[in-house]
Design a protein around this ligand. Structure first.
Ligand code: LLP
Length: 438
């Protein structure tokens, strides 16, 4: 996918760059991002909306992968940006991302985070709960500002990988519950607060979703609230955010829709549900993360030791693991991989790829067919662009890898590799321990 191909030397090439050379130049583990593919994904979403004729915004959920270079790229592509913490907000501010195109999410924004967001003048808060509503209203009023908000509602749709189940009372920490009437109460409260301008509602039903039914049900439940607000309160919302969650292909087990198909399903549902209620079409917002960056990322590792247990399993260890990709350990996620330096050699053995952390759960891939794997081979794990770097840790005091963007044969470092000194830079040793007085 994207600009990946096997070059004349039989090596994996991404963005016109030989990955074996990237590994030599930048070291491993290394996150390599195909910039062209990220841009194509952004454009695919916009194309689908253009076809729909609806007013829209495409946001990028930066939790999937947030660095200053990524914020810049998203700005260039004309997307909005979702942030969920002061850290993500600060990254985008430092990158010069236009504040009016930033949306602030999260179920427990702290007063300090709200203050920062008010100070930089972000475009929109997605308010999650009553405490936040009061807090934000009060802080906005005190600052002499009026902030635009959406209220996040949980529409009682639980999206699973291959199905959705409707639950009467959704058990979720996010958003105002629709079924119990909480959402209506929140709407009434928001309309009474000075300092708050209520643009509409937000719903996000889950992540790595392969079907569109969940979105249609959510749109219908939210449309009920738009109708209610009009009839009962005489208030017309003008915006609707349906979240992200569009699935991608990690392995052949995953059968996602084309990006455009998710947008088509959403815009079709909105047209139907709003028309039958006699409501004007709102401006539609989506905020995908994974489907913009997931397939664009590849992690390069160097193979080290192997352990063969005859008749049972061959473990191949790489110089990274759950610290740079916690998803297999956290969600039993599956990945595909290839030997980047011998990409054309036929598979001859089944091996399991282990990370280097001190726990047995640190396995990246169980049972994968590869050519005979040797020390110093470069293993490329694909589809690591979302929730890998952003979820990386320093467990075992392992330094986090570097990140490069590749495009048209050029490779640019966008995050430096952490050094051993970076790992201790915030450590302090109390005087009494230094002097040995205890
Ligand atoms: N909007 C909201 C409000 C969200 O909570 C999320 C993801 C998104 C948008 C973006 O969803 P996406 O398009 O990326 O599926 N760490 C997990 C995924 C957690 C998703 C959390 N919320 C993983 O690695 O699979």
């Amino acid at each position: 996918h994207g600009t990946s191909r096997i070059n004349e030397q039989g090596r994996l090439e991404i963005g016109g760059c030989d990955t074996v050379e990237l590994a030599e130049k930048f070291g491993t583990p290394l996150y390599v991002y195909d910039e062209t593919l990220i841009r194509e994904n952004c454009r695919a979403f916009k194309r689908a909306f253009d076809r729909s004729g609806l007013r829209y915004q495409v946001g990028y959920a930066s939790k999937a992968f947030c660095t200053m270079a990524m914020c810049k790229l998203i700005e260039e592509e004309g997307l909005c940006l979702d942030v969920v913490s002061a850290g993500e907000l600060h990254t985008s501010v430092k990158a010069g991302f236009p504040a009016d195109r930033i949306h602030f999410h999260g179920n427990n924004k702290t007063p300090e985070e709200i203050e920062y967001a008010l100070k930089v003048g972000i475009g929109e808060f997605v308010v999650d709960n009553f405490r936040e509503l009061e807090l934000l209203g009060g802080m906005a009023k005190a600052a002499g500002k009026t902030v635009t908000i959406l209220l996040r509602v949980s529409p009682g749709v639980e999206a699973h990988t291959h199905e959705y189940i409707s639950t009467g009372q959704e058990d979720s920490k996010f958003g105002f519950d629709v079924m119990s009437g909480q959402a209506k109460e929140a709407i009434q409260t928001a309309l009474m607060l000075e300092g708050i301008r209520l643009a509409g509602l937000h719903s996000h039903i889950g992540s790595q979703i392969f079907e569109t039914d969940g979105f249609s049900v959510a749109v219908s439940r939210v449309a009920d609230l738009y109708e209610w607000a009009g009839k009962a309160l005489g208030y017309a919302f003008w915006k609707l955010n349906v979240g992200g969650g569009f699935g991608i292909r990690y392995t052949e087990e995953d059968v996602p829709l084309a990006l455009e198909a998710y947008v088509d399903a959403i815009t079709d549902a909105i047209k139907v549900e709003f028309a039958i209620r006699g409501l004007e079409y709102p401006e539609v917002v989506i905020e995908p993360g994974r489907s913009i960056v997931g397939a664009a990322g590849t992690t390069l590792y160097t193979v080290g030791s192997t352990k063969n247990i005859p008749g049972i399993r061959k473990y191949v260890s790489v110089n990274g693991g759950m610290t740079d990709n916690p998803r297999p350990a956290l969600y039993q996620s599956k990945y595909e991989a290839m030997l980047a330096n011998r990409a054309l050699e036929p598979a001859v053995e089944t091996v399991s790829i282990a990370g280097k952390c001190c726990e047995s759960g640190d396995m990246l891939i169980w049972d994968i067919e590869l050519p005979e794997v040797r020390a110093n081979d470069i293993l490329a794990v694909s589809c690591t662009g979302a929730y890998n770097y952003s979820m990386a840790s320093n467990y075992n005091r392992i330094a986090r890898p570097a990140v490069v963007f590749v495009k048209d044969g050029k490779a640019d470092l966008v995050v430096k590799r952490e050094t051993l000194d970076d790992l201790v830079q915030n450590d302090l040793v109390p005087e009494r321990l230094l002097s040995g007085s205890e």
